[in-house]
Design a protein around this ligand. Structure first.
Ligand SMILES: [Zn+2]
Ligand SMILES: [Zn+2]
Length: 298
């Protein structure tokens, strides 16, 4: 961890961490807080060190670690809307969210001890992306890991755009294949055409074959078929149990149905599954204001 100086500890802007995270043009941007200072190098990041024979050489100061980690954070491709997303702002409701948070925290603490990543599974609105973002931010800031974040949909559209610029898909996916830690958000969302699955397979297979790559995934699809979770006699929830709702509820198709057996079996080997269950916040709204549910499109 990076040592805070006494001035930073009382800083109301950064609360002692010496950096600030903001949304700049849609991307997460981290920079030193104005309280950042170093008594050793005066904030320059370099110091002269004299060896036994009296020869001075320029060396990196230990405070340069924060500068390097902020640069890694800014290169990770994390959307700016997640500037404030961290473990501390994840408020679990119910046991599965509590367990998911604690497993995500343990994963950060034990980073490097296992070659597996995490696969957060569950309906929309349960905090899968929140936890995945919290994990990579912590891996970068606490461990200095090289991480990349990509929304699966965004990746496909980047590849399509690349074609129009005469860029091969290899050129687009290379950074995601190479990253030490990759988060693929919203995996399997969309139509999953043969072409889309070929692109996904290229990333997953390359990472699967490289022993030192860690992959984290969030997906709305489960490994086994599930029924809508809320079975209640409470009439307030009657609308959410309508056949229209059931038909559109995510969970009938499994992840394997969506991505095929090859990709699915590799993902299961590469990642520990973390399931989030419970009430979608959209259902929460329905429960408070009982109105006819709208069909969800995917
Ligand atoms: Zn500060
Ligand atoms: Zn320094």
């Amino acid at each position: 961890m990076i040592q805070a100086n006494p001035q930073s500890q009382s800083c109301s802007k950064c609360r002692g961490c010496q950096y600030l995270l903001t949304n700049v043009k849609g991307l997460l941007f981290g920079e030193h807080c104005s309280c950042f200072s170093c008594d050793v190098c005066g904030g320059r990041g370099q110091i002269f060190e004299e060896d036994a024979s009296g020869v001075s050489t320029l060396k990196e100061c230990s405070c340069a670690v924060l500068t390097q980690r902020l640069a890694k954070l800014n290169a990770a491709g994390i959307p700016g809307k997640f500037a404030g997303t961290q473990f501390e702002t994840f408020n679990p409701v119910g046991d599965s969210q509590k367990q998911a948070k604690s497993r995500a925290r343990d994963f950060v603490r034990d980073f490097g001890k296992t070659g597996q990543g995490l696969m957060f599974m569950g309906r929309p609105g349960l905090g899968k992306t929140h936890l995945a973002i919290s994990v990579i931010k912590a891996l970068i800031l606490e461990w200095g890991a090289d991480c990349k974040f990509i929304d699966f949909f965004q990746l496909l559209s980047d590849i399509r755009y690349g074609y129009s610029q005469d860029l091969s898909e290899q050129a687009i996916i290379h950074p995601y294949v190479q990253a030490q830690v990759l988060v693929i958000d919203e995996l399997a969302k969309g139509r999953n055409t043969e072409w889309e699955l070929t692109m996904l397979d290229q990333i997953i297979s390359s990472r699967y074959n490289a022993a030192d790559k860690i992959t984290l995934v969030t997906t709305n699809y489960m490994d086994v078929p599930t029924e809508p979770e809320r079975q209640t006699n409470d009439s307030k929830f009657a609308d959410t149990q309508s056949s229209a709702y059931r038909k559109n509820a995510v969970g009938e198709e499994t992840l394997q149905d969506k991505v095929g057996e090859r990709i699915f079996s590799r993902l299961v080997e590469m990642c520990q599954i973390v399931k989030l269950q419970g009430q979608d916040y959209r259902q929460e709204v329905l429960a408070q204001y009982p109105i006819a549910p709208k069909s969800r499109k995917r």
